[in-house]
Write a protein of this length. Structure first.
Ligand code: AMP
Ligand code: ZN
Ligand code: FE
Ligand code: FE
Length: 282
């Protein structure tokens, strides 16, 4: 069983359409794929159809932009009710924040001598309801200001970069509660990636499991080196929560994170499904 639980499509900041992503999943021999676009469920209708066509088991997901102690934390939601009104309301606030900050970000880039227009960004966004910095990065690449998304982040757009503009994030505790109330599982994405590792210590993760019912966190992710993975794996085992693995595939936007580059162990996925079944019937 080959199981990759975290990926993105053109419905947020990935570069593969839902059809392309599921065709790729089949081509590389995945059995199960989690599709987790940022702060939207708009990918679900298309990925459901594509998954059925390609014979891939779909884990319905979403990656919610949260914050904890002033740092950005990404929270994966799996198997939730995508019609849950409270969750949808909060996600709409996040998307509005994504749209609202764009003008200021473009102003900053202009001042920094690397101007792009809103129309150029929207050409990258296309129909996506969830506008992200990667779209701005792609517009900068298209203009020839930078060579890649990665360079755009490194030189301008990263959280500590000169063109960074904050946006609305969901409080992490509230995010976990909203996902649980919608019948889903809450799993922290790349906890020891750039921004969140400063605040998500082993003690904090333990506390989130014990007092907030956090269901797990990603262990095998490209943001984690071997030492990180070993520590996170041991912590997940000690806390008896889900330690998952995933590519966080974004297509051409993140060439080092290709679909299937990290996988979730079949027993962990089986436990995830068990937890989900007991949650939704509660
Ligand atoms: P935003 O959603 O607008 O806050 O932008 C953050 C998103 O940008 C993350 O979810 C990643 O998908 C992406 N990202 C962050 N760092 C990089 C990078 N160095 N290269 C490409 N994409 C990145
Ligand atoms: Zn993304
Ligand atoms: Fe993320
Ligand atoms: Fe992601």
């Amino acid at each position: 069983m080959r199981i990759d639980l975290h990926s993105h499509t053109t419905v947020s900041d990935g570069t593969d359409t839902p059809d392309e992503l599921l065709a790729l999943a089949r081509a590389i021999g995945l059995d199960v794929l989690g599709v987790t676009d940022h702060d939207t469920f708009d990918h679900l209708p298309a990925v459901r159809l594509a998954a059925r066509r390609e014979g891939i088991e779909l884990l319905e997901g979403m990656e919610l932009s949260c914050e904890f102690q002033g740092k950005s934390v990404h929270l994966l939601a799996y198997g939730m009710d995508p019609e849950n009104a409270d969750l949808l309301e909060e996600m709409a606030l996040v998307r509005a924040g994504r749209t609202d900050r764009l003008a200021l970000m473009l102003e900053r880039l202009g001042e920094l001598g690397v101007p792009v227009t809103e129309a150029e960004v929207m050409a990258q966004v296309g129909e996506a309801p969830s506008i992200g910095r990667p779209h701005v990065a792609d517009a900068m690449v298209a203009r020839g200001h930078v060579a890649s998304r990665d360079q755009a982040f490194r030189d301008f757009l990263a959280d500590d970069g000169p063109a960074y503009v904050p946006r609305y994030y969901v409080d992490l505790h509230a995010g976990i509660e909203l996902i649980h109330a919608a019948g889903g599982l809450a799993i922290i994405a790349h906890p020891w990636g750039r921004s969140s590792r400063e605040v998500l210590t082993e003690d904090v993760l333990t506390e989130l499991v014990r007092t907030r019912g956090l269901d797990g966190f990603e262990v095998d992710h490209e943001d984690h080196d071997e030492a990180d993975r070993a520590r996170l794996r041991a912590l997940a085992d000690a806390l008896d929560v889900l330690g998952t693995g995933a590519s966080d595939h974004h297509g051409a936007g993140k060439p080092t994170m290709q679909l299937g580059c990290n996988l979730t162990a079949p027993p962990v996925y089986a436990e995830l499904l068990r937890r989900l079944a007991s949650r939704s019937t509660r």
